[in-house]
Every structure is written in C-alpha cells, then in structure tokens.
Ligand binder design. Structure first.
Ligand SMILES: [Zn+2]
Length: 110
C-alpha cells in the first residue's frame, strides 16, 4: 500500500493511537471527492470522484431510483446503469465497481 497521511488524518490518529501518530505525508490524496453538484442538464445530484487516478462521475436519478456510473480512465471510458434508491447507495455501487476494476487489473498483470 501507498502510505498517505493528511493533516486531518494525523490529528485524528493522534487522538486514536496510544503511541505517536504518523506525520502528514503531503502529496496527492489517493481517494477523494472532487465535486458534489446538481447536474447541469437535469439538476440531479452528481458527484465527481478520483479513485486511485481513475475519474468517476455518478448521477442519481431520484425520480426512477436509478443511477449512472461513468468511468474515465484516460485511454478508455465506460458507463453503467444501476438500480439504487439514494446517492449513498449509488456511491457504494461506484466503490464496488472500482474494487472489481482493481481486481481485474491485477489479474491481467499475472
Ligand atoms: Zn438526471
């Protein structure tokens, strides 16, 4: 694993750990929410994420309880539709899709 500690993480770990907490590492947070905004087309909730350098845009259609997951990975992109009730559920689907993508990538390297 890549070691990463934010300033906030160092503060929280200092409160949780008995021994000295690790110092902030600086650098790029490997998993981060880049934006949470209404869609420009329909006003639906959207979130933009960076998960290990792969960009995900999730779009929650609250009227029909469905969501879309757009994946932008540089040289390729894909789009998946899932059934889900809330943006929280859709976000969980996005993390699941990312886990499968990471697992699939590791299999290909073998
Ligand atoms: Zn929409």
């Amino acid at each position: 694993m890549t070691i990463y500690v934010s300033h906030r993480g160092a503060e929280e770990l200092a409160a949780l750990r008995l021994s000295d907490a690790p110092k902030p590492t600086g650098g790029h947070c490997p998993i981060q929410l880049l934006a949470a905004v209404p869609s420009e087309e329909c006003g639906c909730p959207e979130e933009l994420w960076d998960l290990n350098g792969i960009i995900y845009l999730i779009h929650m259609e609250e009227d029909d309880a469905s969501g879309e997951i757009f994946v932008f990975a540089g040289d390729w992109e894909t789009e998946t539709m899932v059934q889900c009730a809330t943006i929280e559920d859709l976000r969980a689907e996005m993390f699941q899709a990312h886990a499968e993508l990471m697992r699939h990538g590791e299999e290909q390297e073998e």
